[in-house]
Design a protein around this ligand. Structure first.
Ligand SMILES: Cc1ncc(COP(=O)(O)O)c(C=O)c1O
Length: 418
């Protein structure tokens, strides 16, 4: 295999955690879908904020407060340009993808969803894109529908998309990429179909923004949610993009400082966008760190990151196939519509045992339902699956070590049975 798209060995030097040992073995980190590791530049930017200009934003006239405000606002402009939104006023900072989706459910949903309305999601959603809609539907007497997953191809079922859209849902909310199957959904096409039926569209971009070029204007989505911590940034900072007109119409979801223009004893006037949706002191270090993470990703170009991950995924799928490991998700020939997320099972071995043995070999993978219980339990028919997921810092050696550790899993269970 040739990994030409990126200079991974150079990239790896930027991630201090990749030098540590886990259980006495060099760390092989294969859980970036849960959270990514952080490059030195992001860590340094956070540290510099606290050492050199820690102050609250939007409140002080003194120099370090002005500097903190400038750096924080600069990060919003970087986010806006990264996803090609029209302006930073369409970029609301939240804590994470989950909070971004909840803000839509609480703000737009409260105002627009009525009894009997349909909300459409899919069977492959993360809990973060299921539960806010279950809560809203229950409260409003609305109906929550699900696009089926084609059990053979691991893609959304085309007939089901059509059938469900024929019910004229008010909102379609789907993942751009599944965190279990790795499937990439054609959000642009579905958004076009949904808009024709009068629906608004939310894309859960938690697993797409970190790994591929995205363009909210080209996708023509109305809402777009993602997390900083999955794209080399710090935890506690997430993004909600929404078209300006929608943010203007939506009522603020949280009340408090910074989200108001003026207040009297009876009422308040909300602040301008995007601050209307950001109550209280912001995650200043989070915003600044996210901006630096974006600089880093841009340096390596998202198209090349995607290419590298596709190569690594193809290699891993081949090796897993040769090792007779059952893999879930799109076929190996379909890597163009698959991200670097591979869920799998070692026949006869519980996924938690697989993860524990890999841990003893220094390999960090995830096992469980991956916060997508309806998909894992009802669609895949499993209580848990193992998952490895890749990022720009993973190399062929990481896969080789993981496959070697999976051989050990096999040996151990063969002997314990025999
Ligand atoms: C597809 C998808 N949506 C939403 C989330 C939730 O992200 P967060 O925990 O950062 O809110 C995740 C996290 O794994 C995810 O993979």
């Amino acid at each position: 295999m040739s990994v030409m798209a990126l200079d991974v060995e150079k990239i790896r030097k930027d991630f201090p955690i990749l030098d540590i040992k886990m259980n006495g073995k060099p760390l092989v980190y294969l859980d970036s879908a849960a959270t990514s590791q952080k490059p030195k530049k992001v860590i340094a930017a956070i540290s510099k904020f606290y050492k050199r200009y820690n102050a609250n934003i939007h409140r002080g006239v003194y120099q370090i407060s002005v500097k903190a405000t400038e750096e924080y606002e600069k990060s919003k402009k970087k986010v806006a340009s990264f996803i090609n939104s029209e302006s930073f006023e369409e970029i609301v900072y939240t804590r994470n993808t989950t909070e971004s989706i909840n803000v839509v459910a609480l703000g737009w949903g409260e105002q627009n969803i009525r009894k009997g309305d349909h909300i459409l999601i899919s069977e492959m959603e993360h809990h973060s894109n299921i539960i806010p809609w279950q809560i809203l539907a229950k409260k409003k007497g609305a109906v929550l529908d699900y696009i089926k997953v084609d059990r053979k191809t691991a893609h959304l079922d085309e007939a089901s998309i059509e059938d469900q859209l024929a019910k004229s849902p008010k909102l379609v909310s789907i993942a751009q990429c599944s965190n279990v199957l790795g499937t990439i959904n054609d959000v642009k096409r579905i958004a076009g179909q949904a808009h024709k039926m009068g629906a608004l569209v939310l894309a859960d971009a938690a697993q797409s923004v970190p790994h591929m070029p995205v363009d909210v204007r080209d996708l023509d989505v109305d809402f777009f949610a993602f997390s900083g911590h999955k794209m080399l940034g710090p935890t506690g900072i997430g993004v909600l993009y929404a078209k300006r007109i929608l943010l203007e119409q939506m009522p603020p979801v949280f009340g408090g400082g910074d989200m108001i223009r003026s207040v009297d004893f009876l009422d308040f006037t909300p602040n301008e966008l995007p601050w209307k949706f950001e109550a209280g002191t912001s995650n200043i270090e989070g915003g600044i760190g996210l901006g630096v993470a974006i600089d880093y990703l841009k340096k390596y170009r998202m198209a090349d990151i995607r290419k590298h991950e596709t190569e690594i995924t193809k290699y891993a799928l081949e090796r897993l196939g040769n090792a007779n490991i059952n893999v879930f998700g799109p076929d190996i020939k379909d890597t163009d519509s698959r991200t670097g997320v591979i869920s799998f099972e070692v026949p006869g071995v519980h996924p938690h045992d697989v993860a524990a043995i890999l841990d003893s070999e220094g390999v960090a993978i995830r096992a469980g339902h991956h916060c997508a219980m309806p998909l894992v339990v009802n669609v895949l028919g499993k209580t848990a699956v193992s998952r490895m997921s890749f990022y720009l810092y993973n190399n062929q050696n990481d896969i080789d070590v993981a496959i070697g550790a999976l051989d050990k899993v096999r040996d151990k269970f063969r002997h314990s049975r025999g």
